[in-house]
Design a binder for this molecule. Structure first.
Ligand SMILES: Cc1cc2nc3c(=O)[nH]c(=O)nc-3n(C[C@H](O)[C@H](O)[C@H](O)COP(=O)(O)OP(=O)(O)OC[C@H]3O[C@@H](n4cnc5c(N)ncnc54)[C@H](O)[C@@H]3O)c2cc1C
Length: 381
């Protein structure tokens, strides 16, 4: 993988991180899938080795490196398996809310522990009654002077069980018009009175990823846990969702590349009718199509990562990458499974896990239909 933003130090970092994963992740991944959780001890190892939030400044324990390093971490984690997505969510989705909108006091309180792994984070926007239509959330936070009282329920929350700190989208002003102006972000910590976990959800794929319900019943949240300004929560989420969607696109691209490599290897060795499967014209055409899609995806994605790192407005292109690359990976997973024949349907083959894991990429971080509504609006429709 050659990226335009990759320098020699990035390549050295990738090598070191891959070596770390070969020792600490690959041998255990199947067990994590069966256990339905990535153990906390792995988070601790990531923290001790400097792989959590490395882009944070050194004063908070980070390495102060550029986001190219984060891209490499995300790519290498995805190569292990999509169930590692909660780590990317911590590093590059939730912690950036604190970095961007937190006060100095909040940053000093939380960031060093996010880097060490003592704090695992989550973001809770989705509710049983509101997903795509985020402005319609019904979790309320009532201002009681020095604290808020939060009531409501969140669902599908990544890192929901393990999280020590959750950025929660709440309505602080029920009368605000338009209604998204009434949304604020509160940081709710483990142990807050009235905060409990609901079910740990059983999913089609991403088995080792911890996804759960969160419940807030007269939950007391100190005023100093408000993130940024009251009423700005929706704007903050729209801003930070761009990097989240880019990460989903990166993961989908890597998943597609991995499936392609697995399938190339398989079709060269499996025999039928006195030939390898790769000798059939159908196989050649399928893999040629995949190689084309993957190459075009990688080219578009790399330019987009570079634009994002340069601070350009990437909303339309991120939406394009998110729907197109997740759609591509989903299609490729089915085509690769087909080329594996019956073996592709067996759990012991990685392609089967990829097939189960990939469909959610077109659902979370904003569904692909929502991506198309954003693109349509931005092209003037
Ligand atoms: C494994 C997993 C992890 C997740 N992690 C998190 C997390 O950490 N934090 C969090 O807050 N959420 C999380 N989510 C929630 C996820 O972001 C939502 O599921 C997603 O945004 C869709 O919302 P919904 O499920 O309510 O679907 P709905 O909004 O009910 O949508 C149902 C269908 O209607 C379509 N639809 C909706 N509106 C429109 C429209 N305007 N035009 C056309 N079609 C439309 C959708 O595209 C979809 O196909 C996670 C979900 C999953 C499955």
């Amino acid at each position: 993988m050659k990226h335009p933003y990759i320098q020699e130090e990035h390549a050295i970092f990738r090598k070191a991180f891959r070596k770390f994963l070969e020792k600490e992740a690959y041998p255990y991944y199947e067990k994590w899938e069966k256990d339905r959780i990535i153990p906390r001890s792995f988070w601790d190892k990531l923290g001790q080795s400097g792989y959590l939030c490395p882009d944070l400044p050194e004063e908070y324990g980070g390495l102060g490196v550029d986001w190219g390093i984060s891209v490499i971490i995300n790519e290498e984690l995805e190569r292990v398996g999509s169930g590692t997505v909660g780590i990317s969510l911590h590093n590059d989705i939730v912690v950036p809310y604190i970095t961007a909108y937190g006060t100095l006091e909040q940053k000093e309180r939380w960031l060093p522990k996010c880097v060490s792994g003592e704090i695992i984070t989550a973001i809770a926007m989705t509710e049983p009654g509101a997903g795509s239509d985020l402005a319609s959330i019904s979790t309320t936070a009532v201002d009681k002077g020095d604290h808020y009282v939060v009531n409501g329920q969140k669902t599908f929350i990544t890192n929901g069980i393990q999280a020590d700190l959750v950025v929660v989208a709440c309505k602080t002003d029920l009368r605000a018009l338009p209604k998204h102006k009434g949304i604020s972000l509160l940081v709710i910590e483990r142990g807050a009175p009235g905060f409990s976990r609901g079910r740990k959800l059983d999913k089609v794929g991403l088995h080792c990823q911890d996804t759960a319900e969160l419940i807030f019943e007269d939950c007391i949240v100190p005023k100093e846990n408000l993130l940024g300004k009251a009423g700005n929560g929706f704007l903050y989420m729209m801003d930070k969702l761009q990097q989240e969607r880019l990460l989903v696109a990166i993961a989908a691209q890597v998943a597609a590349e991995d499936m392609f490599e697995l399938t190339m290897e398989y079709v060269k060795s499996r025999q039928a009718f006195g030939k390898t499967i790769g000798d059939f014209q159908n196989t050649k055409f399928k893999l040629a199509e995949m190689a084309t899609d993957i190459e075009m995806g990688r080219t578009f994605l790399d330019q987009l990562i570079a634009s994002h790192m340069a601070g350009e407005d990437v909303v339309t292109k991120v939406s394009m990458a998110k729907w197109k690359l997740t759609d591509m990976a989903k299609r490729i997973s089915g085509e690769c499974m087909q080329l594996f024949g019956g073996y592709g349907y067996m759990e012991e083959y990685k392609i089967a896990r990829r097939f189960r894991d990939i469909p959610v990429a077109s659902i979370y971080a904003g569904t692909n239909e929502i991506m198309k509504t954003i693109i349509a609006k931005n092209i003037g429709l």
